[in-house]
Design a protein around this ligand. Structure first.
Ligand code: FES
Length: 338
């Protein structure tokens, strides 16, 4: 299940005059016989008698709803999330549908200017201030225009790290260190992609990879297969390193399964798609725990439960992970069952 979370970026600076500060909007008198639109975070309840355009309804009550393009389905700043009452709304117009496709809106995110309401509804405005407008507007002007972020219920997150990297980088010239890392990254990322994953980020000598962004059913097993493939790459690298530099090359892998938020994050010129969520921290921590457990690859209970029929597991560890409350059980991966 995918949920709308927030929107990122894009600028149209000459709007927003009417958006700063409090609205002065008041709740209209409650009339039990009339449907009403409840608008948050303004906490304004607006009764109405006939089918009404949502943007018109909001502006009639002085709700400071952004509408940069004047209601022509071109800016997307009037977007709202429907919390209750989706059935009380008209279907998307072709213009709204095009915008929704472009920005990856889930069903509960609507353009108020394109939506008629016939019964009670509760909604959140998603574009609240000048910064939101700058981020959300699709009217161009050379600013970044990106898709809406989303929550994904189940993504496998894999961390890999080069063991003893600090010692290696002190022992070898910088050029060689970069060359070695890039040689490993190139082959490791190929292994990840071959198993349906994607490299989310490189962090020094570490790599963050994700599986299941498009909600593939077998993301847990794919991540374990990819982790094993990355360890194979590291073994090849170890031979190369021993031969060329007389130095060991070893990699540790940690994998977790859980909910993430996936979307474009970062500044206007540096935004990129990435994931955030507790599972990212867990994967990172259990990758580091390999050092203490003397293992190459650890996975969480959830990964084990999903891959039990296909993966050969070894020892089990009850871990007290730094920065995490409570203990986490991690399982050593030994290989794939043929
Ligand atoms: S006001 Fe611009 S899209 Fe609705």
């Amino acid at each position: 299940m995918v949920h709308q979370v927030s929107q990122f970026i894009s600028v149209q600076p000459d709007f927003v005059r009417s958006m700063s500060g409090n609205t002065g909007a008041r709740n209209a008198r409650y009339n039990p016989l009339m449907p009403e639109a409840s608008i948050w975070p303004d906490e304004v309840d607006i009764p109405f008698a006939n089918a009404t355009n949502l943007l018109d309804l909001a502006t009639s009550a002085d709700v400071p709803i952004a509408h940069l393009c004047g209601g022509r389905a071109r800016c997307s700043t009037c977007r709202v999330r429907i919390v209750e009452g989706q059935a009380a709304l008209s279907h998307r117009t072709p213009e709204e549908a095009a915008m929704a496709t472009k920005l990856g809106f889930p069903d509960d995110v609507r353009l108020a200017c394109q939506t008629e309401v016939v019964d009670s509804v509760r909604l959140w405005r998603l574009v609240l201030d000048k910064i939101d407008v700058e981020m959300a507007s699709q009217l161009g002007g050379g600013h970044y225009v990106g898709p809406v972020g989303r929550e994904i219920e189940e993504v496998a997150v894999m961390f890999t790290d080069v063991a003893g990297f600090t010692a290696m980088s002190e022992a070898l010239p910088p050029y060689d260190v970069v060359h070695i890392l890039n040689r490993f990254f190139a082959r490791a990322s190929e292994a990840v992609e071959n198993h349906g994953g994607r490299v989310d980020n490189y962090m020094g000598d570490g790599v963050l990879c994700v599986f299941g962004i498009d909600q593939e059913a077998d993301s847990a097993l794919s991540s374990v297969r990819a982790g094993i493939a990355v360890l194979d790459v590291a073994r090849d690298m170890n031979e190369y390193m021993n031969m060329i530099y007389g130095h060991e090359f070893k990699v540790r892998v940690g994998i977790g399964l859980g909910e993430v938020i996936f979307g474009l994050m970062g500044g206007e010129t540096s935004a990129r798609e990435t994931v955030i969520g507790d599972v990212v921290n867990v994967a990172s921590r259990i990758e580091a725990a390999n050092k203490e457990t003397g293992t190459d690859m650890l996975v969480t209970d959830r990964i084990r439960a999903r891959t039990l029929q296909s993966v050969h597991f070894g020892r089990e560890f009850d871990l007290d992970l730094r920065g995490k409350s409570g203990r986490i059980v991690a399982h050593e991966v030994l290989g794939i069952i043929d």
